[in-house]
Design a protein around this ligand. Structure first.
Ligand code: M6R
Length: 604
């Protein structure tokens, strides 16, 4: 969380920083700031509480320069105030720093090194820049002071530091927080995400943990903290500027929901050849074949996507699949099987909790596969293998197309492994055909937007709480549906196993409580869920049903075109995404940027 951008060289830094911050706003949006410098000791620092638009409103034409750093914040230490907004300055004001991450030992640093310093806010970052400034006051060069501070600071960080007396250089370092370099002609950049630099360059260079980079307009010097220079090449990112715009859509979320049929077709063309044969890296297939258990580790929607894929993976690969919440497993790893393999599901590829699990897996020599939407992301770089989602940038905080792409990508993996094992069910499963049907089913649901919006208006426009219920895969979809609804509509919503309600939770049902029932799967299961729906209706619940075609009955609300059972979680989740979208819209909320959240959660 938090977004960083910096530029040094022959460009209009203010413009580049503001454009970059707008693209990074998804990473945090409670406050923002920039520092722009035009020659030694001629810098301007502007900060604002609120969105990037609020910052922009404070920037006049006099805020100009060729070097600058900017930051959009998701508060960790200290409230969202102007004092706590980045950039932060050292005691004398000479050094200016932006930071993404959490400095764990900031209080000890304050106590040991910063006696007599006056701090303006409560952030860990301010302590870091004071520390660097103090070491320079003590007689160290800027570089030595930065290195010394980096050797003391514990925790996660991406730093960009400017010395106002030497403003043609940006000092950069990272540990566990994402950061990369963008290369230009006569200018260089640093940023949390390539997307925010793509207007300026498509040439990038990675920075690894515990590396320090000295950036000038025409040089990039990477070294470790001991000063050993690291030689590193650059790469060209295949990002399309149009992918990161909203086009004619009012919100990214709606655009991304609408893109799902295209994503399904893109996955078909990526992971199958024109004859329908699987095109999955044989090394990945072999690794799964050799495992006696697949562990899927993820957070939030990606965790739910793991559940949505579990039964398909088990049935096609004949390997048990266990799910783990990444934030729990990072430090409480349960007893594993003898030949485990880890799958990290992560849209961003930057989730700190998932990364912590991967660090542990790597240390234990466990083979790992990251399934991610972002090539070159931290999880992708650090896992043994990567499968990409090819879903295009997902910018709305609420994840939609990444969920469906994750399930679809895992379907290709499951089928490829099943076929390699000679399993008849996998050989007979015509995934290319079935996924095309899924794409059509999604299109059919998308064409019902107006009807869905109307049902949402009646059901969710004023309620405080709601339930999604279902059995089997529908229960897993209910988990995701409820996360989506609470995340962007602020309705307290639980996804529940339909049969489990009567064991306690049904006491929460009262007159008018919205209960959304999901019904796919078999006649028998459907009948049981319908029974549970009757039980809540009898207690006054306001029920809405989402039912797979063929299992529908008179009076059902939303009918989802039938798809192969392995892929039903994809088709069934689409109406729930639209329900969350319309609930948020109708309640007058910011659909794309819900309160307290950020897109890439890069702190543990
Ligand atoms: O980038 P990741 O998939 O690792 O992110 C995990 C969660 O933070 C993410 O899915 C989050 O739950 C979404 N905002 C939900 O819509």
């Amino acid at each position: 969380m938090c977004g960083i951008v910096g530029v040094v060289g022959n460009r209009n830094a203010t413009d580049i920083l503001m454009q970059g911050l707008e693209k990074l706003e998804y990473r945090g949006y409670d406050s923002a700031g920039i520092y722009v410098v035009n020659g030694a000791n001629n810098g301007r620092l502007i900060k604002s509480v609120g969105r990037i638009a609020d910052l922009r409103a404070k920037i006049g034409i006099d805020v100009a320069g060729s070097t600058g750093i900017g930051h959009t914040r998701w508060a960790t230490h200290g409230q969202a105030t102007e004092e706590n907004a980045h950039p932060h300055t050292s005691e004398t004001g000479r050094f200016v720093l932006v930071h993404n991450g959490v400095i764990e030992n900031y209080l000890q640093i304050k106590e040991v090194y910063l006696e007599g310093h006056t701090l303006k806010g409560q952030t860990d970052t301010e302590i870091a820049v004071h520390l660097i400034g103090q070491f320079v006051t003590d007689g160290l060069s800027v570089l030595e002071a930065f290195k010394k501070a980096l050797n003391i600071i514990e925790g996660s960080y991406a730093f960009a530091l400017v010395d106002s007396e030497e403003p043609d250089t940006i000092y950069v370092a990272k540990n566990k927080s994402p950061l990369l370099i963008g290369l230009g002609e006569g200018y260089n950049m640093v940023c949390s995400d390539a997307m925010a630099m793509i207007r300026e360059t498509s040439e990038f260079m990675e920075i690894h943990d515990k590396e320090l980079v000295i950036l000038t307009k025409d040089s990039v010097t990477v070294s470790d903290y001991d000063g050993n220079v690291v030689e590193r090449g650059s790469y060209t990112a295949e990002l399309d500027l149009s992918d990161i715009g909203k086009g004619t859509y009012p919100y990214y979320m709606l655009k991304e929901i609408d893109e799902q049929p295209t994503v399904m077709r893109k996955l078909i063309s990526t992971y199958a050849d024109t004859d329908g044969n699987m095109n999955v890296d044989p090394e990945i297939v072999k690794t799964v074949q050799e495992a006696d258990r697949i562990y899927i580790l993820a957070a939030g929607t990606s965790y739910n996507a793991g559940f949505a894929s579990k039964s398909m993976l088990e049935k096609l690969t004949d390997t048990p699949v266990e799910l783990g919440v990444a934030s729990e497993w990072g430090y409480n790893m349960p007893l594993l099987s003898k030949k485990p393999m880890f799958i990290l599901l992560s849209q961003s590829g930057e989730t700190a909790d998932s990364r912590q699990v991967l660090v542990k897996a790597n240390a234990a020599g466990i083979p790992s596969l990251t399934v991610t939407n972002v090539p070159g992301s931290t999880l992708s770089r650090e896992a043994t293998y990567t499968m990409l989602l090819h879903a295009g940038p997902e910018i709305a905080v609420a994840s939609t197309k990444a969920y469906t792409a994750q399930v679809a990508a895992l379907a290709f993996l499951a089928k490829a492994v099943g076929e390699a094992n000679g399993k008849q069910e996998a050989i007979d499963f015509d995934l290319v055909h079935e996924l095309s049907i899924v794409a059509q089913s999604i299109e059919a649901t998308l064409s019902e937007k107006d009807a869905i919006a109307e049902k949402v208006q009646n059901l969710l426009s004023t309620t405080r709480n709601a339930f999604y219920i279902g059995r089997g895969n529908d229960y897993y979809v209910a988990m995701e549906a409820s996360l989506k609804l609470k995340e962007i509509s602020y309705i307290q919503c639980e996804g529940f196993a339909a049969g489990e309600l009567k064991h306690g939770t049904i006491s929460l049902i009262e007159e008018g409580t919205p209960v959304l029932g999901l019904i796919s799967s078999s006649e028998v299961v459907a009948a049981h869920t319908r029974g549970n729906i009757q039980e809540v209706a009898a207690r006054g619940a306001h029920v809405l049903t989402i039912v797979e075609e063929g299992l529908n009955k008179e009076g059902d609300d939303i009918i989802v075109n039938k798809v192969h059972p392995f892929l039903a979680t994809i088709a069934m989740v689409i109406p729930t995404q639209l329900i969350a979208y319309f609930a948020s819209l109708q309640r007058g909320l910011d659909v794309d940027k819900p309160r307290n959240l950020a897109k890439a959660v890069t702190v543990e």
